[in-house]
Write a protein that binds this ligand. Sequence first.
Ligand code: AMP
Ligand code: MG
Length: 401
Amino acid sequence: MPDGMIPWNEALELVLSHTPVLGTEETGLFSLYGRVLSEDVRSDMDIPPFRKAAMDGYAVSAQDCVSAPVTLLVRMTLPAGSYSGRGLARGEAAKIMTGAPVPDGADSVVMVEHTRAVEEDRVLIQKRVTAGQHVCQKGEDVTRGEVVLKKQAVIGGAEVAILASVGRAKAKVFRRPTVSVLSTGSEIVEPGEPLSEGKIRNSNGAMLTGMAEALGCETRYLGIAEDSGKTLSKKVKEGLASDVFLLSGGVSMGEYDLVPEVLEAAHVKKVFHRVFIKPGKPLLFAKGERTIVFGVPGNPVSNFTTFHLFVKPALLKLMGREDHSPKIIDATSEIDFENNNKRVYVVPSFCTLKEGGVFVRPFTLNGSADITGCARANCLCIFEPGRYRVKNGDRVKLILL
Ligand code: AMP
Ligand code: MG
């Protein structure tokens, strides 16, 4: 390995070992979707909380119906939400709707389709009844005190519903990381601004901000800093107020790549600089007093790939996710592909799940600046260094985005 560079998996380990899990906060039910629980949640009651009708029909005692067809006296009507303090006697039934409590004296519900109303207050039960049919027993889903969600559960639709059903108007979750994003480069101009000779548009500011936001971070876009120590120092101070500071550009070997020295002057400690990958070699990772700092190489493709390989796992760990590390998946290449790279080659690619597993098409890019070639990427293929041919049908490794 050329000096100063470290393998990408070692770099990822360093990132994660320097990344803490953030503290916790209490958040209201309607803002919990997407967050990560920081407590075990127990049910405050049995679910269902009472014996509940699972069908619209008649609540009966199965014993009364052994010689069906039989006619029963309809004593009451029980819509969902109602409750009868009075039970049924032998020979009686209650008209009941799905969700209503089954009255004492009844053990079963007969679907309305298997009954016929006769006279004003009588019902004909046409079929034999299995005791307990169409009745949800009290506590059959969850018993009171049971853990219904474990700490570090990611809260999706079902989890929100569970929290609601155990009466949690609030829950304890890990804090959302605050992420500052700074684009650097005297050649960079914001989209919408006039573009003079020698300038290029800022692709990375919106890209990094969007990707961090999509993971659930609270982002703060700091704009563009020209390649001057003074401007950079000022912006760096702002960025260091966040949990995470992403600086794009200015970490290569050029004379105006000032990010490493400006960070050092701000007492941000370098953990590593340069990784044995392509693209993304100049990646810098450093740690401020309370901030983890990534100097992401400015080429848009490097920005994209290094974000997914290194920044995303750190953001997920900060927000309490256990599944923060990228998972490497075996797939089958659908195309022939010539690799000729001295470093581990990371290629934006498109994969699909088909019969026989995951199939992937690595994209052919016109270099690290060719972000147009990355559209529709849903994974990154990882190729070991060397000169070799990957053939259609060969096994390759990838990381899902
Ligand atoms: P740097 O990492 O600063 O050496 O930049 C590497 C290459 O990426 C240069 O060609 C830059 O012009 C380009 N670049 C840097 N930042 C951006 C950006 N925010 N948007 C688009 N291209 C960029
Ligand atoms: Mg630059």
